[in-house]
Design a protein around this ligand. Structure first.
Ligand code: AIR
Length: 196
């Protein structure tokens, strides 16, 4: 099931937004539940900020393992370059995806239970040798997006320059997690693609 980031249930619609609608997604965001969306929204907000096209899908390692497996198996062939998986509790989603693809998989452990995210962190991070998952902080959805973009930027000098500009904004005390605009090289300050 694919759904749009602005609202669940957009049947069969990839999660593009705004000016990205025409671009093919290069990042696949996978949520273990639609209840994860409030935190994982930070991920697509950050991708939007840098105009990186993505899609978002709902797939649970436990409730819909066949969908999870198929999504991972088909991801590279569909042009995706990085996967981001957000799940709470017994959060095996990132690992289940990583088991079926050699695309880089970034895991976002979510604080969704009485264990305050420690359960999801341990479930996500402690992968066996041979099947890596890059695990970010509990609820670290924005950093997951940034890490995905740093991977993409290895082959995208323009994106690399904009990520550097973002770091410089941070050093100047602006542009925190969902803070200030991201300037494009050659454009004036405030040339963000999305005015949030
Ligand atoms: N989850 C869903 N399938 C496997 C796991 N670990 C996670 C979801 C969500 C939590 O269980 O990612 O964080 C609770 O989901 P729900 O749908 O009950 O709200």
């Amino acid at each position: 099931m694919l759904f749009s980031p602005g609202g669940l249930g957009g049947a069969g619609v990839s999660g593009f937004s705004g000016a990205h609608a025409a671009a093919a997604p290069v990042v696949g965001i996978v949520l273990g539940s639609d209840s994860d969306l409030p935190i994982m929204r930070r991920c697509h907000e950050m991708l939007d900020r840098f105009s990186v096209p993505y899609e978002q899908v709902l797939a649970s390692a436990h409730r819909s393992p066949a969908r999870t497996r198929a999504y991972a198996q088909e991801a590279a062939g569909r042009g995706l370059r990085v996967l981001i998986a957000g799940a709470g509790g017994a959060a095996h989603l990132a690992g289940a995806l990583a088991a079926e693809t050699t695309l880089p998989v970034i895991g976002v452990p979510l604080n969704r239970t009485a264990l305050n995210g420690l359960d999801a962190l341990l479930s996500t991070v402690q992968m066996p040798t041979g099947v890596p998952v890059a695990t970010v902080a509990v609820d670290g959805a924005a950093n997951a997006a940034l890490l995905a973009m740093e991977i993409l930027a290895l082959n995208d000098p323009d994106l690399a320059a904009r990520l550097l500009a973002y770091r410089e904004e941070l050093a100047r005390g602006r542009g925190g997690e969902m803070g200030g605009p991201v300037a494009r090289p050659g454009a004036g300050h405030g040339a963000a693609d999305h005015g949030s």
